[in-house]
Structure formats: C-alpha cells, structure tokens
Design a protein around this ligand. Structure first.
Ligand code: ZN
Length: 223
C-alpha cells in the first residue's frame, strides 16, 4: 500500500505519495502556503529535498499558487499537461468556466488576483499515459480533460486516483459530484468513464474527501 498523506494548502488539498525513490507531491496549493507544507514535512521528518516530482493536475490558482516557492525549496521536477504549460509559464489560471448561473455569481466574487501566481516552467510535459516508474512509483498519469483542457489524473497500481477537480465535493464537502467549473461537462463524464476503466477504486478529490469507484459509477448513471 503506498503511503498517502493529505495536506490542505488553502482551499484545495495536496497529496504527498511515498515512492521507492522519495516522494511525489500532487498540486501546490494557494499562494503563500509553502511554509505550511514545510511545517508539515518537518512534523513527519521528511526532508523537502526528498520530494522528487510535483504533479500539477491543472493550472488553477488554488493548485499552483505556491508552486514556484515549493519548487525552489525542494528542487523537484514539475510535471504538467501540454495544454496547460503556457498558463503555468505565464502565471495565469486556465480560463474558469462556471457550469451554472449560480456558480457564475460565486466565482464573480473571486478576486482577479486569485487567478494569478508566479509562473513556472515545467520540466516534464505530458499528453497521456505517462509512467511514473522512473520516480519509483507504480502509477501513471492519464489525460482527463473536462474541468480544464489539460487536466490530468494520477492512478497508482492499487487503484488510488488523484483526480484534481474532475469531480468536486465543493461547495458541500461531503457529497461529490460534477465540478462547479468546467470547460466541458461532456468531457468530464468521459473522463470519469476513463478513470473507472483504468481501474481506479478510491478517488481522492482536491476539494472534498474521497469517493469510491462505485459511487462514481452511480453518479454517471444518474447524469
Ligand atoms: Zn480547478
């Protein structure tokens, strides 16, 4: 069983996965959260330099805000999808598309600043089916678009899936469902099917807790 640690870095959670060669971090939280991560690592007696890779599920400010600082501290490589690399480099969120009028209202309260962050040049640009074997983890990255065009998910051999915002527990943290922001809801559903096909059993959400593959199947049947 891979050791998985969840760390809340602002409104979104990051995940730290132990590998045979160190650690892999999934996402990098809101701006100015690097100190919180360092404190967490210290508590767990983990050397920041043992983080060898940072996987960015997608380029939204609440997932990449502290990336530059964390990259500088850890010297880890940064992995992102081809469709998102420009946004990451420019330090601007992938455009946000609310899925309803109600969510449009909510996101209009989000200050423009929350979509900006210090740009980072990625080291590894992926498209689909990228193995993490070289980083000591029996896992792969797959392209799961819908929330944004270049959203990706990490699925390990045991069926743990880190899916970013392709499903969201927000605003009700306990009931997962379709994301409130989506480039295309049709693509989201296709990505859910793909995640299930790839053998995901437990889905770890960035906003919210975890859901089982069976719960996701039920959601798919409903929608
Ligand atoms: Zn997002």
């Amino acid at each position: 069983m891979n050791e998985i640690m969840k760390i809340r870095l602002g409104v979104a959670s990051s995940f730290l996965i132990k590998s045979d060669k160190g650690y892999i971090l999934v996402d990098a939280g809101l701006k100015k959260k690097e100190k919180k991560l360092i404190r967490f690592l210290k508590n767990k007696k983990i050397n920041p330099k043992d983080i060898k890779l940072i996987v960015i599920t997608h380029v939204h400010g609440d997932h990449v805000g502290s990336l530059k600082a964390i990259k500088e501290i850890t010297k880890a490589k940064v992995l992102v999808h081809q469709e998102e690399k420009e946004f990451l480099m420019k330090g601007k969120s992938h455009p946000v598309k609310p899925t309803s009028k109600f969510y449009e209202k909510i996101s209009s309260f989000m200050p423009e600043k929350s979509h900006q962050f210090d740009g980072v040049e990625a080291d590894i640009i992926v498209e689909d089916n990228y193995s993490l074997y070289d980083f000591g983890l029996k896992a792969k990255i797959i392209h799961t678009p819908g929330h944004t065009k270049g959203s990706i998910s990490l699925i390990d051999e045991q069926g743990n899936a880190f899916i970013g915002d392709i499903a969201m527990g927000f605003p009700m943290n306990f009931s997962a469902g379709l994301p409130i922001i989506a480039d295309s809801l049709d693509e989201v559903k296709k990505s859910w099917e793909r995640i299930l096909k790839e053998g995901a059993k437990i889905l770890h959400l960035s906003h919210g807790g975890i859901i089982s593959s069976n719960a996701l199947k039920k959601l798919l049947e409903k929608k």
